[in-house]
Design a protein around this ligand. Sequence first.
Ligand code: CP
Ligand code: NVA
Length: 311
Amino acid sequence: MTHPRHFIDLWRLEAADLGLILEDAKARKAARRGWPQGRVDADAPARDRTLAMIFEKNSTRTRFSFDAAMRQLGGDVIISTAADMQLGRGESIEDTAKVLSRMVDAVMLRANRHEDVERLAYGSTVPVINGLSDKGHPCQILADIMTYEEHRGAIAGKSIAWVGDGNNVCSSFIHAAPLLGFKLAVACPPAYHPDLVDLARAAERGVTVQITDNPHAAVAGADCVITDTWVSMGDTDHDERLDAFEAYRVDAALMALAAPDAVFLHCLPAHRGEEVTDEVLDGPQSLVWDEAENRIHAQKAILAWCFGAIG
Ligand code: CP
Ligand code: NVA
């Protein structure tokens, strides 16, 4: 049996595959410019294929972009919350994986626990995609890199500043840094620093992520400033977090320290007035709406790669 191509953590990918996925995403976007959203791409690489999507947490962008992506690739989707499945009544992930592998061609899971995405992949004979876990959001980072590169060219050698929580999205940026060769600085309160295993893995691969509790130091001269919510889905320490992150808001004064042509990214949903001000989110440096749109194009390339249509 050949192993299915899972898309779970960026650090497991070869740089060449990541490059192919990004190129495919850009090419697919360019090829359908001006088309209605429902028209199928000429090559229809997911024709006759079905993607199952399982959600343990809320989603707007991931849910709609994967659904739209599969339709544009000529395939179909089945969507469920985990709570509506027997998973919600205790059926094991492994048994669920065996059953779904007989019914669909790939499974996307948005999970509370990263371990559950890995368990699903371990038991599955079809590709499994991580649609966000507590440890990573790899699909998001593909859209982010694509967005940066379509506005500013290759991200290799650029300085990226992450401001705020060293969370799942931050982890996926750390995974991507050695593959794409960008510099990464993370400004966070010490209690909310990124995963140490991720930092060690990046260091082994030649990238030392700068960690600081000073947002000004991280953003100084940066080509791209990124933030995310201070309270992720599943976090229970809401009030402590709002206190801890108060000095980490991305506002116009902070953006002014970045390079003059710096861009701002945010995976969304944004908590306006918390991690970012309206002025920045809606301002000329913000690429967040392109970033949200690019979830569709990136998702399509990820799916095409999982189905073996590229790479
Ligand atoms: N950025 C992102 O994954 O958004 P959703 O939670 O809406 O899917
Ligand atoms: N860090 C956020 C990202 C949402 C897309 C969360 O996990 O809730």
